[in-house]
Design a protein around this ligand. Sequence first.
Ligand code: SAM
Ligand code: SF4
Length: 315
Amino acid sequence: MLDNYGRQITYLRLSVTDLCNLRCLYCMPAHGIEKLPHSAILTLEEIEEIVGAAVRCGIRKIRLTGGEPLVRRGIIDICRRISAIDGVEELCMTTNAVLLPRYARDLREAGVSRLNISLDTLRPERFAQISRIGTFADVQAGLAAARETGFDRIKINCVLMGGVNDDEIRDFVELTRNEKIGVRFIELMPIGECADWDRERFLPGSVVLERVPELKPWGDDGVSVLYKLEGGMGTVGLINPVSSHFCPTCNRIRVTSDGKLKPCLHSAGEINLKGLHGEELYQTMRKAIAEKPRRHHIAEDGKSASLRNMNAIGG
Ligand code: SAM
Ligand code: SF4
């Protein structure tokens, strides 16, 4: 359906947990988060009903996210049930890859067609620092499992952080030379844990083109502006939510693991869906989609207006 600004809303990012097996500096507090009571989290049946209502509203693509979606108990069942819903054309997942050796095959069989893998460094020591409790070898094993299982068009999402990983821009770009992979650099957004970080940590995506000037424009895919190395097999994408927000073409809504619909990532507005069923659920979603805010204001305000950390939204 169209929202009040004429945007066709077709994409739902659904967070299935706010828990995670990593503690990335910019996303999660060092000590982790308090577990929500079981009763506060959407059940498998509630998730299924919400996706059904979303499809009635015109949603066609679902992305499962978190926290880390693979730590949610019953994640394979969730995938199976969602992919079986009539009208769901694409089921994808964003993951830190740590648990992919265990789950990659089951995910494919359960109808997940594409994976985005978050990876901010290719250096093991740095990975330990950024993720606080993670091991680079686990992510490598996860990536290998995804490839072996036959996931193609894998995308690697790298959050750019000045003075943290910007010296690896060229190394990430080089990954696209001999493999049909999409590497996407995402501007760090001032939200939650990193909202008050020093300004020099926040780099515009254009820094990628300054560091690797031989990148050639290759169109865009809606969210990211694409580039390629001469003769390269993969693509390099720039996702610039801060320096050039894509609100005018935003086609997405979000649902958190406790059942709040967020029409805009960076506004405080949340609409409760938990406990709603049938027509009431559908009409509530329709209204929320129609009233999706026109744009966010992080560039002017210097901070997101969202009340949640990213682990509780899903990116
Ligand atoms: N745990 C999964 C993962 O890391 O892929 C899924 C959830 S995570 C919140 C989704 C994405 O949001 C990740 O790619 C992460 O790097 C990104 N993210 C988290 N905080 C961010 C921030 N402040 N700015 C930009 N991206 C952020
Ligand atoms: Fe976990 Fe993903 Fe947040 Fe890292 S970015 S702490 S992996 S939810």
